[in-house]
Design a protein around this ligand. Structure first.
Ligand code: GAR
Length: 191
């Protein structure tokens, strides 16, 4: 019998996508387990979610490392030690740099709340609303040396013509919570 794949989720905030991924693993919808949470904000709500799901957490402060190379080396060592097959960024608000990419390139994916290549970077939903778009969406993509520019794996669009940011963010999250686990599952079975 093949062993279950091991995921690491990287997150900085609320962690609703972490929750969706962990729940999908527990329900057998993703043929994997969340083996590790990596969090650069020890006080973030996602840390409590990981504890409730029994997921091992590495919560750190970037300022504890002299350089970004040191920080990413420590993270990559931890990924090695935990036998991680796939890294899923889920609201991890840091740029992944060369040290991690050289060791885990091609095995790091991200979810972004816009239809890339439109609106990369921070506050993508706000950017799209300010622009006045009528169709919003979510993208899952590989992480490379660009900012939100790696090869696209999956996208889901939806129309919205209102002006209520909170309502819109709710729709975005609902789409993410379906699309991200389904995409991870497809990747792991090699589709
Ligand atoms: C998600 O909407 C995700 O797409 C976004 O952060 C949010 C995290 O929510 N990521 C980015 O903007 C990355 N550029 P969550 O903490 O509830 O999962």
């Amino acid at each position: 019998m093949s062993q279950k794949k091991r995921l690491a989720v990287f997150a900085s905030g609320t962690g609703t996508n972490f929750e969706a991924i962990a729940a999908a693993c527990e329900a057998g919808k993703i043929p994997a387990e969340v083996a590790l949470l990596v969090c650069d904000k020890p006080a973030a709500a996602v840390v409590g979610r990981a504890a409730r799901h029994g997921v091992k957490t590495f919560a750190f402060q970037p300022k504890d490392y002299p350089t970004k190379v040191d920080m990413e080396s420590a993270i990559a060592d931890l990924l090695d030690e935990n036998g991680i097959d796939l890294v899923c960024l889920a609201g991890y608000m840091r740029i992944i740099a060369d040290t991690l990419l050289s060791r885990y390139g091609g095995r790091i994916i991200n979810i972004h709340p816009s239809l890339l290549p439109a609106f990369p970077g921070a506050r993508a939903v706000e950017q799209a609303m300010d622009y006045g778009v009528k169709v919003y969406g979510v993208t899952v993509h590989y992480v490379d040396r660009t900012v939100d520019g790696g090869r696209i794996i999956a996208q889901q669009a939806f129309p919205y013509e209102g002006h209520d940011l909170d309502e819109l963010l709710g729709f975005v999250h609902a789409v993410e919570h379906e699309l991200y686990p389904a995409t991870i599952a497809r990747l792991l079975v090699g589709e």
